[in-house]
Design a protein around this ligand. Sequence first.
Ligand SMILES: *Cc1c(COP(=O)(O)O)cnc(C)c1O
Length: 328
Amino acid sequence: MEIKTDLTTNHSTRQTQKIKEENPEEYDNVRKMVAYGSKLAHSSVERACLLGAVQYTSVAYDHNYSMRGQDLEEAIQKDIEEGLIPFCVVATLGTTSCCSFDNLKEIGEVCQKFDLWLHVDAAYAGSAFICEETRHHKSGIELADSFNFNPHKWLLIQFDCSAVWIKDKIKLSNAFRVDPLYLQHENQSPNFPRQEKFLYLGRRFRSIKLWFTFRTFGVNAFQKHIRTSIQMADYFANLVTSNDNFELFRPQSMGLVCFRAKGSNDQNKELLARLNGTREIHLTPSEIDETYFLRLAICSTKTTYKDLDKAFELNLKHFKDLRETPDK
Ligand SMILES: *Cc1c(COP(=O)(O)O)cnc(C)c1O
């Protein structure tokens, strides 16, 4: 199912989109504030900029699909010269497309230089930091202002649960300060009232399920789950590389294997359609630098090595079929 964002439903966004199309220079006046993220940042980053009525500049990545300090700085300089006002950078640890890691240390230094808020999006890979051996990926984290990860993705928590950490909560609170009489009460924390923490006021008590899951499983079980997922990804990657018909798009990262049949993009699209059509397996694709590839992610405790063998067999079978009967 394709979900289209209907920008026309929001009047201010509609107006600014209109200005952008008809009069780009005026658009820069309407929206001078600009946020940055890698070209591989999740679409929600750009969408947040739409909602917040600010501009968004996407920054190139290097040969490891990692956003680097120098490319970021060049993008910022260029925008400043054009009269824009940089205010925020979103670094991704574990991109959705291929689980690459932006260079947080370099990016953090650029943010310090220009006094920009540094947010870290570790929605998927953040759960892995419960294991010491993955923590080199977050080197530079001390420079971040906020950090977000989704325990519902890879930490055994029931959907939905997205946790955010903020270095200086007073800054956040001051940015959204409103203080109506009906929300004041004697037990509120004076510097950070509840209504200033979130966009919404009424909300579910999600932390309780985190607490219960932590208490039930304990840290060792979480670590084991992460390590097993990564080992299973290594196993599937080995199946891919030891077969002449398939190749890795890039080495597996965390529990994600990005791979493709050795063939054209169209053949890989057809392969995916046939695989998902079996209803025995469901993979999602991505495309980087005009190379289309398939993604297999291991997140569930229920996945077995047998499932992975089966998944690879299906790939092989359908790729062979496809070459024999391309127009099925
Ligand atoms: C999954 C993912 C998201 C989206 O998370 P939601 O909580 O569903 O909005 C954002 N960023 C990255 C890097 C992701 O992998």
